[in-house]
Design a protein. Sequence first.
Length: 247
Amino acid sequence: MSRPRTLDEAVIWHDVECAAYSADLQLWLDLATERPGPLLDIGCGTGRVALQLAEQAVDVTGLDSDPALVTALTARAREAGLRVRTSVADARSFDLGRQFALAVAPMQVVQLLGGVPGREATLRCVRRHLQAGGVFAAALADPLEGVPAEDALPPLPDVREDDGWVFSSTPVTVRADTGVTAIDRLRQAVSPEGELIESMATIRLDRLSPGELEAEAEALGFRALPRRGVPETEGYVGSTVVVLEAA
C-alpha cells in the first residue's frame, strides 16, 4: 500500500499540519506593502505564504532546507503561473548572493533552530541579506503560555484529503520539556480501501520570548520595531511577530 504517487511524505504532512493556516497572511502582506522590494520567506515549506504574496505581485524568494518541500512549491508556482524564486538551504547558513527589503519567518520557524546558537547563526545570515533599513519579521508562539502543562488541551486534528486518501494529524500531547515545548502528534493515513497507517511525530519548539529574541538580535546589528500580533483561532494558537530593522 503506497501513498498518493504525486506526493512526498514530507510534503503530505507539511500540507496537513500547516497549509490550512491563514490567520497570519494579511500581516505578511501588510509588511510587504510597507517595505516594498524583494522578500525572503524563510522556512517556506510548500508555499503557504510565498504563493499568496506572489499573487499580489511581491518579488518573493522561498527558502527551505527540505528539497521535497521546495520542489512542491516550485511546481505549484508554475501551475499557478506565478513567479517564485526558490532555494534549498539551511536558515542558519544560507548565502543567496542578493539582498532583500524584507525577510519573514512565519509559523515559529525561529523556534526550530536549536536554541541560541542556531538563532544567532540565522540572525547573522539574515542581517547579511537585508538591504540598509531592511526588516526581519519572525513569528513566535508558546502553546503553553499562561496554561499549566497538566491542564493544556490539544487543539483539534488537522485533516486533508488527496487522491482518495484521508490524512489526519492530531496533537495528542502538548508538554513542557527542558527549554522547549514538545508537541506529540498522532499521524494517521487512511487509504481509499480503508486501511490505516499510524505514526507518531514530535515537534519541539524552543521556549523563546519576544524580548529574548529582540535582545539577541540587537546584539547582532538589529533594532527592534513595534511588535505585531496574529490572533488565536479555533485550531491554532496566536503568535507575536517580532519586527527587527537592520541598523
